[in-house]
Design a protein around this ligand. Structure first.
Ligand SMILES: [Zn+2]
Length: 303
């Protein structure tokens, strides 16, 4: 992640307190026992969905406990799916998902023209610690402005407006303030003249096991901090969009631009990130949950 000297650009630099908290096991968690077929008249209510709207997905292929099943026209599986069961799901237009049932539905991450896997990879996984989905879990992010920024009406207005837009797309409340809320984290926001031209901004994100727990946003100049595209871009990094997009329509494009609204693609990525636990890996591999871990342990103890 080096700044692009030709275009002059913001970049994100990552720091993490614990680089690899846990190895993610994606293989070898044993089957979860016998599947019980639901009666044809009364299929189970386990549903496979897709995308931010969670539309039911027909014709998805689900591998579970050695069986291969397909969802019906309502996205339902004609089988009981026990909590903790390991699932491998494939469906056209979606990233293949490897997960463990935690409730009665699974939402797939689309891979479409509107939400191409390249943007998902570039923005969410490529530059993340251990390439794990990393995001804010806290309900609130406080942006603690340095005196220089707080004293500049144009810069503080651009940051406040960016905070408003972040709150709208991320589901996390971003606000300018002095101290963290009880259930919140803090990013310090300041001017750092040691950043080298042409860099406009720089964001450091501290995270642990995919959970963002704070950091620092710096702008090289007051002029950079007054640019809505730049402030919004840097705040995008704070949520967990740790990479850059190759698409100029995105706020997270690798070069500065006049784009000041997150694109539909980026909005979908925010929504899908919220659907995922931190630590998920590309293309869409969840870490095994506690239920699955105990299933695995029980299986390994059998002769
Ligand atoms: Zn950047």
């Amino acid at each position: 992640m080096t700044p692009n000297a030709r275009f002059g650009r913001t970049f994100v630099h990552l720091l993490w307190l614990v680089t690899v908290a846990t190895a993610v096991s994606v293989m070898g968690c044993g089957g979860s026992g016998q599947l019980t077929a639901a009666s044809a008249a009364e299929p189970s209510d386990f549903v496979v969905r897709s995308g931010p709207g969670g539309a039911p997905l027909a014709g998805a292929t689900v591998q579970i406990a050695g069986a291969v099943l397909q969802t019906d026209s309502q996205g339902r599986l004609a089988s009981v799916v026990p909590v903790g069961a390991e699932l491998q799901i494939e469906a056209t237009g979606n990233l293949p998902r490897h997960t463990w049932a935690s409730n009665n539905e699974v939402v797939l991450w689309p891979d479409t023209v509107a939400l191409p896997r390249s943007d998902t990879w570039d923005l969410v996984y490529r530059d993340a610690p251990s390439q794990q989905l990393t995001r804010v879990e806290a309900a609130q992010v406080t942006l603690r402005l340095s005196r220089a920024l707080a004293g500049d009406a144009e810069a503080s207005s651009a940051i406040a407006e960016s905070a408003r837009r972040m709150s709208e797309v991320s589901g996390v409340r971003y606000q300018v303030g002095m101290a963290a809320a009880a259930n919140g984290i803090v990013f310090d926001v300041d001017i750092d003249p040691t950043l080298q031209d042409p860099v406009l901004g720089h964001t450091s994100v501290r995270s642990r096991a995919g959970v963002v727990n704070g950091g620092r946003v710096s702008f090289r100049t007051l002029a950079a901090a007054r640019r809505l595209n730049t402030t919004l871009h840097e705040l995008g990094h704070t949520f967990g969009l740790l990479g850059h997009s190759a698409d100029a329509r995105n706020v997270m494009f690798a070069s500065s631009s006049d784009v000041t609204e997150f694109s539909p693609t980026e909005r979908s990525i925010f929504a899908m990130m919220r659907e995922r636990q931190p630590g998920n890996r590309f293309p869409d591999i969840d870490a095994a949950g506690p239920a699955a871990a105990s299933v695995s342990l029980a299986a390994s103890l059998q002769p």
